[in-house]
Design a protein around this ligand. Structure first.
Ligand code: BTN
Length: 233
């Protein structure tokens, strides 16, 4: 079961640094505040102390699975957890690692390899006020609280995330992304939108069974493995 053993510290640089390849699968590290939280592509992840769910999970995926797919596996779990926490809210997945509500980023996911293990980091904006959210982020951020004015128990949301992740990770271990594909497709924020990945421009056509973003371009279909996607005006 994901969530045991748990290391909790009041403050740390990054929970990603509290787990190593010798930890048992399912071990987690949590904190109330990170002083050097990490985001994808070398960015930082900033949260006001005591406002967020901040958790890293040690996973040891089977050799036949592609570890980069884990960001999507976690995104599905987080999307469900947000919808459980806030009735009426609809969570979308912005490939490959963001969870959005009403077009604003509520959660981010970072999968880092440590040997054959993966440390999967999840940050969820729960109780920040508008003024506590970071300025200048690439995608406008939101917290659950800025969305519906309700303050929530972060520990309860963590529990829901871990339960959902246990389920989506188990399904993925057994059946790969096929197990989550319908859910992913239904939550795909980019699908049908005009996007750009580097010099590749076109219309987002979905996420394939290997977790790649499909783009329909003038020259045909292109699969993108990783990188930055921009919405075209
Ligand atoms: C992103 O949006 O680029 C990914 C953000 C990931 C943030 C989480 S918070 C828990 C874990 N510790 C970190 O330093 N980063 C991840």
């Amino acid at each position: 079961m994901i969530g045991e053993p748990r290391t909790h510290v009041v403050e740390c640089e990054s929970t990603q640094l509290l787990l190593g390849p010798d930890d048992p699968e399912g071990a987690i590290a949590t904190t109330d505040h990170q002083t050097a939280g990490r985001g994808r592509l070398g960015r930082s992840w900033i949260e006001a102390p005591g406002t967020s769910v901040i958790v890293s999970v040690l996973l040891r995926p089977p050799a036949e699975r592609r570890a980069p797919e884990l960001s999507l596996v976690a995104a599905v779990a987080v999307a469900h957890a947000l919808e459980e926490a806030a009735a009426g809210l609809a969570a979308q997945i912005k490939w490959p690692n963001d969870v959005l509500v009403e077009g604003r980023k509520v959660a981010g996911i970072l999968a880092e390899m440590k040997g054959v293990a993966v440390v999967l980091g999840i940050g969820i904006n729960v109780n920040q006020t508008q003024g506590e959210l970071p300025d200048g982020a690439k995608i406008e951020p939101a917290s659950l609280r800025t969305l519906d004015d309700v303050e929530r128990d972060r520990e309860a949301i963590l529990k829901t995330v871990l339960r959902r992740l246990d389920r989506s990770y188990g399904d993925w271990r057994t059946n790969g992304l096929a197990a989550l594909h319908a859910d992913l497709a239904a939550r795909d924020y980019f699908r049908g939108r005009r996007i750009r990945a580097g010099d590749t421009r076109g219309v987002a056509a979905g996420i394939d069974l290997a977790g790649r973003l499909q783009i329909e371009t003038a020259a045909g279909s292109v699969s993108v493995e990783s990188g930055e996607i921009e919405l075209e005006p």
